[in-house]
Design a protein around this ligand. Structure first.
Ligand code: HEC
Length: 96
Protein backbone atom coordinates (compact mmCIF):
# COMPACT_ATOMS: atom_id res chain seq x y z
CA UNK A 1 0.00 0.00 0.00
CA UNK A 2 2.77 2.38 0.99
CA UNK A 3 4.52 1.48 -2.22
CA UNK A 4 1.46 2.26 -4.29
CA UNK A 5 1.10 5.59 -2.57
CA UNK A 6 4.69 6.58 -3.21
CA UNK A 7 4.35 5.49 -6.83
CA UNK A 8 1.34 7.78 -7.11
CA UNK A 9 3.31 10.60 -5.48
CA UNK A 10 6.17 10.13 -7.97
CA UNK A 11 3.76 10.22 -10.92
CA UNK A 12 2.08 13.34 -9.50
CA UNK A 13 5.43 15.13 -9.19
CA UNK A 14 6.40 14.15 -12.73
CA UNK A 15 3.09 15.49 -14.06
CA UNK A 16 3.49 18.73 -12.12
CA UNK A 17 7.03 19.31 -13.40
CA UNK A 18 5.87 18.47 -16.91
CA UNK A 19 3.01 20.94 -16.84
CA UNK A 20 5.22 23.66 -15.37
CA UNK A 21 7.71 23.13 -18.19
CA UNK A 22 4.87 23.40 -20.71
CA UNK A 23 3.61 26.61 -19.09
CA UNK A 24 7.12 28.06 -19.28
CA UNK A 25 7.42 27.11 -22.95
CA UNK A 26 4.04 28.70 -23.68
CA UNK A 27 5.06 31.91 -21.87
CA UNK A 28 8.27 32.14 -23.91
CA UNK A 29 6.34 31.33 -27.07
CA UNK A 30 3.89 34.13 -26.34
CA UNK A 31 6.80 36.61 -26.24
CA UNK A 32 8.15 35.39 -29.57
CA UNK A 33 4.65 35.44 -31.05
CA UNK A 34 4.08 39.03 -29.94
CA UNK A 35 7.45 40.09 -31.32
CA UNK A 36 7.39 38.24 -34.65
CA UNK A 37 3.93 37.04 -35.66
CA UNK A 38 1.36 39.51 -34.30
CA UNK A 39 1.76 42.02 -37.15
CA UNK A 40 0.45 39.54 -39.71
CA UNK A 41 -1.52 36.96 -37.75
CA UNK A 42 -3.20 39.32 -35.24
CA UNK A 43 -3.09 39.54 -31.45
CA UNK A 44 -5.14 36.37 -30.97
CA UNK A 45 -3.52 34.46 -33.89
CA UNK A 46 -6.90 34.39 -35.65
CA UNK A 47 -5.41 35.76 -38.89
CA UNK A 48 -5.98 39.04 -40.70
CA UNK A 49 -8.01 39.06 -43.91
CA UNK A 50 -6.29 42.29 -44.99
CA UNK A 51 -2.91 40.54 -44.82
CA UNK A 52 -4.31 37.32 -46.35
CA UNK A 53 -2.96 35.51 -43.31
CA UNK A 54 -4.82 32.51 -41.89
CA UNK A 55 -5.57 31.66 -38.27
CA UNK A 56 -2.62 29.79 -36.78
CA UNK A 57 -4.30 28.78 -33.52
CA UNK A 58 -3.25 25.30 -32.50
CA UNK A 59 -0.57 24.96 -35.20
CA UNK A 60 2.15 22.45 -34.32
CA UNK A 61 5.92 22.88 -34.31
CA UNK A 62 6.00 20.89 -37.58
CA UNK A 63 3.48 23.26 -39.21
CA UNK A 64 5.55 26.26 -38.13
CA UNK A 65 8.85 24.73 -39.21
CA UNK A 66 7.38 23.93 -42.61
CA UNK A 67 6.04 27.42 -43.23
CA UNK A 68 9.31 28.99 -42.09
CA UNK A 69 11.31 26.94 -44.54
CA UNK A 70 8.95 27.20 -47.51
CA UNK A 71 7.02 30.49 -47.40
CA UNK A 72 8.61 33.72 -48.64
CA UNK A 73 6.41 35.63 -46.18
CA UNK A 74 8.33 33.95 -43.38
CA UNK A 75 11.83 34.32 -44.83
CA UNK A 76 12.84 36.62 -41.98
CA UNK A 77 11.98 33.87 -39.49
CA UNK A 78 14.57 31.37 -40.69
CA UNK A 79 16.75 32.36 -37.76
CA UNK A 80 14.21 30.98 -35.24
CA UNK A 81 15.74 28.11 -33.29
CA UNK A 82 14.05 24.72 -32.92
CA UNK A 83 13.40 25.55 -29.25
CA UNK A 84 11.69 28.81 -30.17
CA UNK A 85 9.50 27.00 -32.70
CA UNK A 86 8.55 24.47 -30.01
CA UNK A 87 7.69 27.29 -27.60
CA UNK A 88 5.59 29.02 -30.27
CA UNK A 89 3.66 25.78 -30.81
CA UNK A 90 3.13 25.44 -27.03
CA UNK A 91 1.69 28.96 -26.99
CA UNK A 92 -0.51 28.41 -30.06
CA UNK A 93 -1.87 25.24 -28.43
CA UNK A 94 -3.24 27.40 -25.61
CA UNK A 95 -5.33 29.45 -28.08
CA UNK A 96 -8.52 27.81 -29.11
C1 HEC B 1 4.77 39.24 -43.13
C2 HEC B 1 3.55 38.68 -42.55
C3 HEC B 1 3.67 37.42 -41.71
C4 HEC B 1 4.44 37.22 -40.58
C5 HEC B 1 5.39 38.20 -39.88
C6 HEC B 1 4.15 35.88 -40.13
N1 HEC B 1 3.25 35.26 -40.98
FE1 HEC B 1 2.62 33.35 -40.89
N2 HEC B 1 1.55 33.58 -42.62
C7 HEC B 1 1.44 34.77 -43.32
C8 HEC B 1 0.65 34.53 -44.54
C9 HEC B 1 0.29 35.59 -45.57
C10 HEC B 1 0.32 33.16 -44.53
C11 HEC B 1 -0.46 32.40 -45.64
C12 HEC B 1 0.45 31.44 -46.38
C13 HEC B 1 1.67 32.10 -46.94
O1 HEC B 1 1.58 33.11 -47.65
O2 HEC B 1 2.78 31.62 -46.62
C14 HEC B 1 0.90 32.60 -43.33
C15 HEC B 1 0.80 31.26 -42.96
C16 HEC B 1 1.31 30.73 -41.78
C17 HEC B 1 1.14 29.35 -41.37
C18 HEC B 1 0.44 28.24 -42.16
C19 HEC B 1 -1.01 28.26 -41.79
C20 HEC B 1 -1.81 27.24 -42.59
O3 HEC B 1 -3.01 27.13 -42.30
O4 HEC B 1 -1.24 26.58 -43.45
C21 HEC B 1 1.75 29.21 -40.16
C22 HEC B 1 1.86 27.95 -39.31
C23 HEC B 1 2.31 30.52 -39.82
N3 HEC B 1 2.02 31.40 -40.82
C24 HEC B 1 2.99 30.78 -38.67
C25 HEC B 1 3.62 31.98 -38.38
C26 HEC B 1 4.39 32.22 -37.17
C27 HEC B 1 4.56 31.21 -36.04
C28 HEC B 1 4.87 33.49 -37.27
C29 HEC B 1 5.80 34.20 -36.27
C30 HEC B 1 7.00 33.46 -35.84
C31 HEC B 1 4.41 34.04 -38.52
N4 HEC B 1 3.65 33.11 -39.16
C32 HEC B 1 4.70 35.31 -38.99
C33 HEC B 1 2.00 35.98 -42.97
C34 HEC B 1 2.93 36.19 -41.95
Amino acid sequence: MKRALSAIAVVAVICLVGSLAFAQDAANGEKTFKAKCVACHGADAAGKPAMKSPSIKGKTADDIQKVISTSAKHASLKSLKADEVKELAAYLATLK
